[in-house]
Design a protein around this ligand. Structure first.
Ligand SMILES: NC(=O)c1ccc[n+]([C@@H]2O[C@H](COP(=O)([O-])OP(=O)(O)OC[C@H]3O[C@@H](n4cnc5c(N)ncnc54)[C@H](OP(=O)(O)O)[C@@H]3O)[C@@H](O)[C@H]2O)c1
Length: 249
């Protein structure tokens, strides 16, 4: 299958924030969305459900912690579409329910490593995989889903929940964004970070005040930036400030 539309890949997008971002991007005429999930059956079921609602997307299995899965995905997307124009690194885990995560003094290395592998290294794997394709076409937008909880300036003020594995892995993601932005500064590949706010999802829980549609708003803004726009920023949710506002790292 080929398309003249921009191809957008959203990791972890059969539910939660990723699904909301996918739906909003799919409603733009010039964007073709690929939703992905660790289990093939999950994204296929979501593709069918969206189709019934009149939203056309494609779907494929993708586990960002598994290099073979990333390679298989890239082989498929390259042969099916020959392009990836937009990447949203949304896949994430937050093991804050684990008792040891209540303090940095008890946090376990295994939990840290697993969390880093998804939240930071998984995103880097995807960037390293898609940036060569983006360079070929001279266009790319990469949106990394982070959290205000990973702002080093805010951690001393906002220390609940401690969630050391989650916070430290997202600090790693933030660092990756600034390093990529520096390396890509003379290209039309714009890499940015954002914090979606506290949303009702499996990670956020039922008490969260915001919906995934609200959390998706800034992702859409960053995924569709005009040429020459922001590079290497850490954005707050636009809802909170009524527009694009950068956060302290
Ligand atoms: N909810 C909040 O309040 C909040 C606040 C700030 C930031 N965020 C960020 O928003 C992003 C989305 O989270 P969410 O709140 O929408 O939670 P969610 O509903 O649990 O979604 C997380 C998604 O990540 C996927 N995922 C996890 N590990 C993966 C892997 N190894 N490879 C590919 N996909 C993987 C999950 O897939 P499976 O279904 O297969 O597990 C799921 O689709 C995360 O990066 C999170 O850190 C959320």
């Amino acid at each position: 299958m080929t398309t003249s539309r921009k191809v957008a890949v959203i990791t972890g997008s059969h539910k939660g924030l990723g699904l909301a971002i996918a739906c909003k991007l799919a409603q733009q005429d010039d964007i073709w969305v690929i939703i992905t999930s660790r289990k093939e059956a999950d994204c296929q079921a979501t593709e069918q459900r969206l189709k019934a609602e009149g939203i056309e997307v494609d779907c494929h299995q993708l586990d960002v912690t598994d290099p073979n899965s990333v390679n298989d995905f890239m082989d498929w997307v390259t042969s099916a579409y020959g392009r990836v124009d937009i990447l949203v690194n949304n896949a994430g885990v937050n093991p804050s329910q684990v008792a040891e995560e209540a303090s940095i003094l008890t946090a376990k290395a295994e939990t840290m490593l697993d969390t880093f592998n998804t939240n930071a290294i998984g995103a880097l794997r995807m960037c390293q995989a898609v940036i060569p394709l983006m360079k070929q076409r001279g266009y790319g937008r990469i949106v990394n889903v982070s959290t205000e909880m990973a702002s080093l300036q805010q951690i001393p003020q906002d220390f609940y929940p401690p969630a050391p594995a989650y916070r430290m892995s997202k600090v790693g993601l933030n660092a990756m964004t600034t390093m990529l932005a520096k390396e890509l500064k003379d290209t039309n590949i714009l890499v940015n970070n954002y914090s979606p706010g506290w949303m009702k999802t499996d990670i956020g829980g039922e008490d969260a005040p915001y919906t995934t549609d609200e959390g998706a708003e800034t992702a859409i803004y960053l995924a569709t930036l005009l040429d020459g726009a922001s590079q290497g920023g850490f954005f707050a949710e636009m809802r909170k400030f009524g527009g694009a506002v950068v956060l302290p790292w």
